[in-house]
Write a protein that binds this ligand. Structure first.
Ligand code: ATP
Length: 459
């Protein structure tokens, strides 16, 4: 929808049970959100869509579900303890706190990204270009400080420094430490990938924009292990795979773009990195990071764990550390993109307006809404139908209010089909099936409902 605002999205998500403010009855906790009944269904459908495309339908990849709390040496080896930090800057005038790199990219409207710049370079840029605080419009800042994003906690009953552990800052490290296990157990041959979805935690300096940037979020990551020298081909393969996934899930092509990282922005170990950005109501934002990470991760884990993580090619007998291509997407950011992309307000032929979540059928929380036309007369048959269809599809049942109101409610949450039970059902064993997008209605025999629906919702 044109001119969709984030405020509208937040209200919509709350009203229909997609997302509530976290700990709301206690006044909330800033930037924490709870997924409601429909939100959990939609989120799981998005996750399953990703798993289907990246694991089930791609024979190169395997799944994994590693622990959130890992041996702290993992995070020392990966470099997170020493340098997983964002540049923080405070406005001396109004005390607003900013991420210094974001300050520059906002000020230059995205022309400069400042990703990977040193503190000194950021400070010089801010002074030379008189970058102002977005809150008070003054240009008077503290020096830039680095702020580590890892959440610390303690394990066990004794409160001493040895018991410090971290909530994982990304799901990727659980994959790297299991590289050899998966290779061995699955008799996997390079190239192959390991996929994982789950929670990650970052003590973000400036969380915000609803679920776009939170301190607790979910990632869906693939670490793809390949022979050195083939990595750039695989980088291209996964770039194409990821963008096609986003088209398939239903995001508009014109709201997606690649942003290749410049040499200056690239991490020292990366040969190539690109972000897929989506045009959210607040502007373009990173949705998916895709990086050629060379053999950096396996090298550091080999060094710190003192375990051999090399791969022995069974055919050529070459021994090498595989290179890694990593496509990493935030599940919550994809959820937000899916909702923003699908939300619409439409005027119907009869002049009525309706809210419509024009979502991919596979993602819809409920596939079908069963409606008895007149509660007293058609309830029994409708319940029979509900019992039959609910074994096959996630479906809802709505018997209150006028039929028009019930259609509106189903449209607003993206239910593709409304099935109305009326006198014809009792007399002729047929129902009326209304399509969410076209509002067209078909008369279908009860025995044919399942195949009618299945034909239309398969990917
Ligand atoms: P950003 O530059 O926006 O902070 P990043 O480059 O640090 O993101 P990555 O470390 O590449 O992000 O993480 C991979 C993906 O995880 C991102 O593309 C994004 O979709 C998601 N993600 C990262 N941080 C957050 C967060 N705080 N809240 C929600 N999703 C996040």
């Amino acid at each position: 929808m044109e001119n969709l605002t984030m405020e509208k999205v937040v209200n919509y998500a709350k009203n229909y049970g997609f997302i509530f403010q976290g700990s709301e009855i206690y006044g909330g906790l800033s930037n924490s959100w709870d997924y409601g009944p429909l939100g959990t269904m939609l989120k799981e459908n998005i996750r399953n869509f990703w798993k289907q495309k990246f694991i089930t339908e791609n024979k190169l990849n395997y799944g994994l579900d590693a622990a959130i709390i890992m041996n702290p040496n993992v995070w020392i080896a990966s470099g997170h303890v020493a340098s997983f930090a964002d540049p923080l800057i405070d406005c001396k005038k109004c005390k607003a706190r900013h991420r210094a790199d974001h300050l520059i990219s906002e000020f230059t409207k995205g022309k400069e990204t400042a990703d990977g710049w040193s503190n000194e370079k950021i400070e010089k840029y801010i002074t030379d270009n008189k970058v102002v605080c977005p809150t008070c419009k003054k240009s008077d800042f503290t020096p830039v400080r680095k702020f580590n994003l890892l959440f610390e906690t303690k394990i066990g009953v004794v409160d001493e420094s040895k018991s410090t552990v971290y909530l994982r800052g990304e799901t990727a490290q659980g994959i790297f430490v299991n590289f050899k296990n998966v290779e061995r157990a699955m008799r996997a041959k390079i190239p192959f990938g390991i996929c994982q979805t789950g929670k990650a935690f970052r003590n973000e300096v400036t969380p915000g924009n609803f679920i776009f940037r939170t301190r607790e979020f979910e990632q869906m990551e693939l670490e793809f292990f390949c022979k050195p020298g083939t990595d750039l081909e695989w980088f291209k393969y996964w770039k194409d795979y990821c963008i096609n996934f986003l088209y398939l899930i239903g995001l508009d092509k014109e709201k997606l773009r690649f942003r290749d990282h410049t040499k200056e922005e690239l991490s020292f170990y990366s040969k190539a990195t690109t972000d897929i950005e989506y045009l959210y109501p607040m502007g373009w934002g990173e949705l998916w990071g895709i990086a050629d990470r060379t053999d950096y991760d396996l090298t550091v884990h080999e060094k710190h764990s003192r375990k051999d993580l090399h791969y022995l090619d069974p055919e050529t007998h070459e021994k090498y550390l595989p290179y890694v291509v990593e496509p990493s997407i935030g599940l919550d950011r994809l959820f937000l993109a899916v909702i923003c992309n699908a939300y619409n307000e439409e005027t119907l032929d009869n002049g009525d307006t309706r809210e419509l979540l024009k979502i991919n059928y596979n993602l819809a929380p409920y596939k079908i809404n069963v409606l008895p036309l007149i509660k007293k007369l058609h309830n029994e048959k409708a319940e029979e139908l509900f019992n039959m269809l609910s074994k096959k599809f996630p479906i809802s049942y709505d018997e209150s209010g006028s039929i028009g109101k019930r259609y509106r409610r189903a449209d607003a949450i993206g239910t593709p089909f409304c099935i109305t039970v009326d006198d014809e059902t009792l007399n002729n064993n047929t129902v009326t099936i209304r399509n969410r997008d076209t509002t067209k209605q078909d008369i279908v025999n009860i025995d044919d409902i399942i195949s009618y629906i299945e034909e239309q919702i398969c990917v």
